[in-house]
Write a protein that binds this ligand. Structure first.
Ligand code: CP
Length: 310
């Protein structure tokens, strides 16, 4: 029962191997021949455009057979649990489940904490758990950064915005810190927690812009905010202090890149005219996602646990 659920347990060697493999796929390396059909299902209990379709494309390119799962029309609407839904998919012969859910750590019940007598026999790939982890987004970000700079050591990376609520920020701060990048955090203080001090330093964005290699913008995630946070949030103040406008864009070094996991709130995190500007690497991130997800799925198909919690 292989799984790929977090980036916490990934070794640096595994990260570099995944990037190398994703690069091979990107440069036309054919996917390995499968000895027998491999069936995969994409179970998205939270909405998605990029991750869902990028996994679907990666699966097609690898020659996997997708069994469609539509959360809204599934028996989850009758109260069936995630565990029992996965047990059903396993019983009908599905080999791999790519899952996104709003609950942090949902994957533990399917992997390290499943019942001792569990008959579950299905590989699990985490496509995002609440505000916990987003391994595939993180690794496609690492691939995009590596393509631009060729290394991580000493890179200055700012993670900006709704950090507390962002699974992308959690995965990226953990991995970038371990790979030797210097991390800065910026954004409203109510979206910063001292838990993040272990990974980087809280700063004012305008104090560091001209030193940055990577400016990592986060989406303002209204769907995860409680009433108090929504009441505190002032979109104009956010744009004024943290929004990437032409003046802030121009202060970034020429080789710097701006990343955003998407979907973008245009004219909030960045002004609309700069979404496809040369330093904005959002399109490259989305392109790279397909190849990185091919590499991740291949690793799981080879029976390797990656990033699982002990
Ligand atoms: N980056 C990301 O997870 O986007 P989606 O929510 O569209 O999958």
């Amino acid at each position: 029962l292989p799984y790929f659920t977090t980036v916490e347990g990934l070794t640096n060697e595994e990260v570099h191997a995944l990037i190398e493999r994703a690069e091979e796929f990107k440069h036309g390396e054919p996917s390995p021949k499968l000895d027998e059909p491999v069936y995969v299902t994409n179970m998205f209990f939270e909405n998605s455009t990029r991750t869902h379709n990028s996994f679907a494309m990666a699966e097609r390119k690898l020659g996997l057979q997708e069994i469609t799962f539509d959360a809204g029309h599934s028996s989850v609407s009758k109260g069936e649990s995630m565990y029992d839904t996965c047990l059903t998919m396993s019983a009908i012969g599905v080999n791999l489940a790519v899952i996104r859910d709003r609950a942090n750590d949902y994957y533990r019940q399917l992997t390290t904490e499943r019942p001792a007598n569990s008959q579950l026999d299905i590989g699990i790939v985490n496509a995002g758990d609440g505000s916990g982890q987003h391994p595939s987004q993180c690794l496609l970000d690492m691939m995009t950064i590596h393509e631009q700079f060729g290394h991580f050591d000493g890179l200055k990376v700012a993670i900006v915005g709704d950090i507390t609520n962002s699974r992308v920020a959690k995965s990226n701060m953990q991995l970038l810190h371990r790979l030797g990048a210097q991390i800065y955090f910026a954004g409203p203080e109510y979206w910063f927690s001292h838990e993040f001090d272990a990974y980087g330093q809280y700063v004012q964005l305008d104090d560091i812009l001209d030193q940055l290699d990577v400016l990592m913008l986060l989406r303002v995630q209204h769907e995860r905010h409680d009433d108090q946070t929504e009441a505190q949030f002032d979109v104009q103040a956010y744009c004024d202090q943290y929004g990437i406008n032409q003046a802030r864009y121009d202060r970034l070094p020429d080789q710097a890149i701006i990343c955003h996991p998407g979907p973008i709130n245009r004219d909030v995190e960045i002004v609309s005219e700069l979404v496809e500007a040369p330093k904005s690497f959002f399109y490259q991130q989305m392109q790279n996602g397909v190849f990185m997800r091919m590499a991740m799925l291949e690793a799981v198909m080879r029976g390797r646990h990656l990033g699982g919690l002990a």
